[in-house]
Design a protein around this ligand. Structure first.
Ligand code: NI
Length: 337
């Protein structure tokens, strides 16, 4: 079950001297939202038939191919010459709770107090609107860049994660769930202050493909509003919960959608060593790594990831730094090299 696609099977992505279009792949495994000990919550909402709801819209996942995950008609997806040949894993979405039943529940440790006064009003400064300037002008066409991305926060472990990133001068991208931002204002602001990229992961982690286009638009706008209210930064890119999207949603939402090329499935394993080893073994230049900072085990995997991959010459940058901050409205899952 833990057999993984060998990274060598991804040779198609980066042939020497070749230019590949950015892959546009939808995945259905961005589902960290099952009950977790980390959230100290007892949950009873378990896998459900909802997973099949994704089928009409989900594109083929990179790490966890599923027979049902076929590119939807009409979407231009550059298919790799050779697909990962790993055994199909158990349908990841079986592990998932019903969308909207997870992160919509405020973690028990979240106080219901109002945000502290110093969170409002946000006081943006000029540098905050120029995230591409913050990482020492890294040129990812020259350097071996990796984009670590953390979804579903902010949360109680985000502060520790930011410390780890700072210690390694690493930048990351945080895809925030709107309804958590107010309760974890400190963490969201610290992400901003640390020079990381802040992005949109919907208001309450609903599967946007189950909403009307208008409702999905409203969801994303509401989340952008909240993130901007708290941090002073309005996200320019988003990641659809579960990676569930389609071309109509892309166009309706009107923001570049950032998916991923390496899925740690950290939400399923809750094992720091496993997560660290998985990233270290699979990450290649230009990858976008999917993790979740709402899980303590995921955060605790980060120091080793940074140590080991830094030692191999990798540089950790934001999505904007790696893909550019002027992306067309489309789907992306890795750097075009
Ligand atoms: Ni998510």
């Amino acid at each position: 079950m833990k057999e993984r696609v060998n990274s060598q099977s991804f040779d198609w992505r980066k042939p020497a001297g070749a230019t590949l279009a950015v892959m546009m792949l939808g995945l259905n495994s961005c589902a960290p939202n099952e009950a977790t000990p980390d959230d100290q919550q007892t949950r009873t909402d378990q896998p459900s038939a909802e997973s099949t709801d994704f089928d009409p819209v989900v594109i083929e996942p990179v790490e966890s191919p599923s027979p049902t995950d076929l590119p939807p008609p009409g979407i231009s997806v550059e298919t790799p010459a050779s697909e990962p040949t790993s055994e199909p894993e158990p349908e990841p979405s079986f592990e998932q709770p019903m969308p909207g039943t997870i992160e919509t529940d405020p973690p028990v440790e979240i106080p219901t107090v109002e945000p502290e006064p110093d969170y409002q009003p946000p006081v943006p400064n000029p540098t905050e609107s120029a995230p591409s300037d913050h990482n020492h002008a890294v040129d990812c066409m020259v350097q071996k860049c990796i984009a670590l991305t953390f979804d579903d926060g902010p949360g109680p472990y985000t502060g520790d994660l930011l410390d780890y990133l700072d210690e390694h001068d690493a930048k990351a991208t945080f895809f925030l769930v709107g309804n958590r931002v107010g309760n974890y204002s400190d963490a969201a602001i610290a992400e901003r202050d640390g020079g990381h990229q802040i992005a949109n992961h919907s208001w309450d982690h609903d599967d946007l493909t189950n909403k009307s286009l208008e409702s999905a638009q409203t969801d994303i706008e509401k989340t952008n509003d909240e993130i901007e209210r708290v941090t002073g930064i309005r996200p320019t890119v988003m990641r659809p919960p579960y990676g569930a999207t389609n071309q109509s949603l892309v166009e309706a939402i009107g923001q570049p959608q950032i998916l991923w090329s390496v899925d740690t499935e950290d939400w399923k394993h809750h094992d720091s060593e496993y997560v660290a080893n998985y990233v270290i073994q699979h990450a290649q230049r230009g990858d976008i790594i999917l993790m979740h900072d709402i899980h303590k085990t995921s955060v605790e995997a980060v120091p080793e990831i940074l140590d080991r991959l830094s030692g191999q010459g990798y540089v950790f940058v934001t999505v904007d730094d790696m893909l550019g901050s002027d992306l067309a409205v489309d789907r992306y899952n890795q750097q075009a090299l």
